[in-house]
Design a binder for this molecule. Structure first.
Ligand code: VG1
Ligand code: CO
Length: 543
């Protein structure tokens, strides 16, 4: 074994986005690229001498190779221990839990989440801090700064480390501990939820389908839903993680989880359907004939969480990202608890959770979670839904109807315009930004603008400020549109347009969302001049 100090030079474009650094896999595989980024992370946290790190990923192409590199670099940096999921596998929430449970000094999670995997698709890497959460901006800024000034990295020359056998081995002075990726996570879920009640639900003939989309949650879902809770074999489909996710996008939404949607909307639908994404932190919830938007799911979970043992004493508060619908805010008002509004990205929930200000958090992009870890957690959301279904004896459809009858319904949709030339996308945002001060009082597509601003956030715990977090325009009557650029894409730019309209009239709770949102969609088009500036007339993805 030989310690090498390799001369390198900084590589452009290593600025981490909404969630770590995501690039084309071939970029990560390029000479020194991964190594530079890992060294930048190590430098940014003051080195890894004597530290312990949790390491694992979603199993996508290059996961195995990248982990070997990271282990050899951690050993070269003098790390004391690396806790690695067997086969290099750890879902994002399971990694967050392990970091916390083992009091480690943080972790490296290899994933590009819902982005497709493969040599010509996407790869990603992010550093999570000792609280188990994604690194906050001051840490990612430091990582970026380090990556710009790098001249060498340290690595050990050795043969591959066996990651398939559970147990401990030594790599130079570092202990490599290979752990079961599922066991600790499954034990925690059992603590949080009423497994007896859910078991009785399945024993009584309740049927569900969980689509793991050939991504990381397969082994977790099989162990928990089928083995521990007694759901019939075959409840979990696409359960084997594949390096290319079977060629699909492991993105749990009605577009990419179309098979599940078709089943749930068809004559043979089971009682409940769910799916999770590449790294297991997102969820999709669908009842028989009833798709639940992530914003509604967050609101319903907040309203009914007391039915699960872990939340029986109530919630301290709730938090949602700004583009997420205000449905959960209405629940918070009725519960008499605070509701926080943060920028997009789970890293902004970390301080609120650590400080005990919020118990449940969520995003419109199908991320929901609680203070049990510091990441969003797909299976957690599915299990909380199951717990609520078991305890209430109601169907998904009944629960949603009751919810809307009580709180009103925030109709919601997101339109994504993908692969836009960066200059055109920037022009759309810049034009809108310039126009903001002139908008209030103007009537567009029959709607009158009542507010217009650019979202900025001051963290209530550490006072840090994040600006430029999305343009939001409100209209009379509780309708809203938000514009922002994606921070996770790898091809050109993606413009996200978030549409929302509140209805409280009892006769307006079962309308077609597309009809309700038509005027606000039209206003969004006119205000942004999107078609003229980008040449696009319809979105690539509607969720
Ligand atoms: C997207 C979502 C955001 C989420 C982020 C990471 O970011 O909109 O809500 O936190 O992905 O989720 P953006 O910048 O592309 O809109 V995951 O499951 O990809 O880690
Ligand atoms: Co994800």
């Amino acid at each position: 074994m030989k310690l090498l100090s390799v001369a390198t030079s900084p590589i452009d474009g290593q600025k981490p986005g909404t969630s770590g650094l995501r690039k084309k896999t071939r970029v990560f595989m390029g000479r020194h690229y991964l190594e530079n980024y890992v060294q930048a992370i190590f430098n940014a946290i003051g080195g890894v001498q004597g530290k312990s790190l949790v390491i694992g990923g979603d199993g996508r192409y290059f996961n195995d190779r990248a982990i070997q590199v990271i282990l050899r670099m951690a050993a070269a940096g003098g790390a004391a221990r690396a806790i690695v999921g067997q086969g290099g596998i750890l879902s994002t929430p399971a990694a967050s839990h392990l970091i916390r449970k083992r009091h480690s000094d943080g972790g490296l999670i290899l994933s590009a989440s819902h982005n497709p995997g493969g040599p010509d698709e996407d790869f990603g890497l992010k550093y999570n801090t000792p609280n188990g959460g994604p690194a906050p901006e001051h840490v990612t800024d430091r990582i970026y700064a380090e990556s710009q000034g790098l001249s060498t990295y340290q690595i050990i020359e050795t043969t591959d480390i066996d990651l398939d056998t559970l147990g401990q081995s030594a790599l130079a002075g570092m202990i490599v501990e290979v752990v079961d990726p599922v066991a600790d996570y499954a034990a925690m879920m059992q603590q949080l939820f009423d497994f007896e009640a859910i078991r009785a639900l399945f024993a009584g003939g309740f049927r569900m389908r969980f689509d793991a989309m050939h991504a990381v949650t397969g082994p977790y879902a099989k162990a928990i839903l089928e083995d521990a809770l007694g759901a019939p074999q075959g409840t979990v489909v696409n359960a084997v993680p594949l390096p290319d996710f079977g060629g699909g996008h492991p993105d749990p939404n009605p577009i990419w989880a179309k098979d599940l949607m078709n089943l749930m909307m068809g004559p043979d639908a089971p009682d409940f359907g769910a799916a999770s994404d590449g790294d297991g932190d997102r969820n999709m919830i669908v009842g028989r004939g009833c798709y639940v938007t992530p914003s509604d799911s967050l609101a319903l979970l907040a309203a009914q969480a007391h039915l699960a043992p872990a939340y029986a004493k109530g919630l301290k508060g709730v938090a949602r990202s700004m583009p997420t619908s205000a449905a959960v805010d209405r629940v918070a008002v009725s519960l008499g608890i605070p509701a926080y509004e943060t920028p997009t990205g789970w890293k902004f929930f970390g301080n609120l959770l650590d400080a005990g200000h919020a118990t449940i958090c969520g995003e419109e992009s199908a991320g929901t979670g609680s203070d049990h870890v510091r990441e969003k957690d797909g299976l957690w959301a599915v299990l909380l839904w199951l717990n609520i279904l078991a305890a209430s004896g109601k169907s998904v459809d009944e629960l949603m109807r009751d919810h809307w009858a009580r709180y009103g319904r925030n109709y919601y949709s997101r339109h994504d315009y993908e692969g836009i030339a960066k200059a055109a996308a920037d022009a759309v945002i810049e034009n809108l930004r310039m126009a903001l001060p002139t908008l209030v009082g103007r009537t567009v597509a029959g709607l009158t603008v009542s507010s217009a601003d650019e979202f900025g956030y001051e963290d209530p715990v550490d006072g840090s400020v994040s600006t430029g977090q999305g343009l939001r325009i409100g209209f009379d009557g509780g309708q809203r549109v938000v514009f922002r650029l994606s921070g996770t894409g790898t091809d050109g730019a993606t413009i996200r347009i978030y549409l929302e309209a509140l209805r409280t009239d009892p006769d307006h709770l079962a309308l077609d969302p597309a009809d309700v949102l038509k005027p606000v969609a039209q206003a969004a088009g006119e205000l942004s001049r999107l078609a003229a500036l980008t040449g696009r007339t319809s979105p690539d993805v509607i969720t």
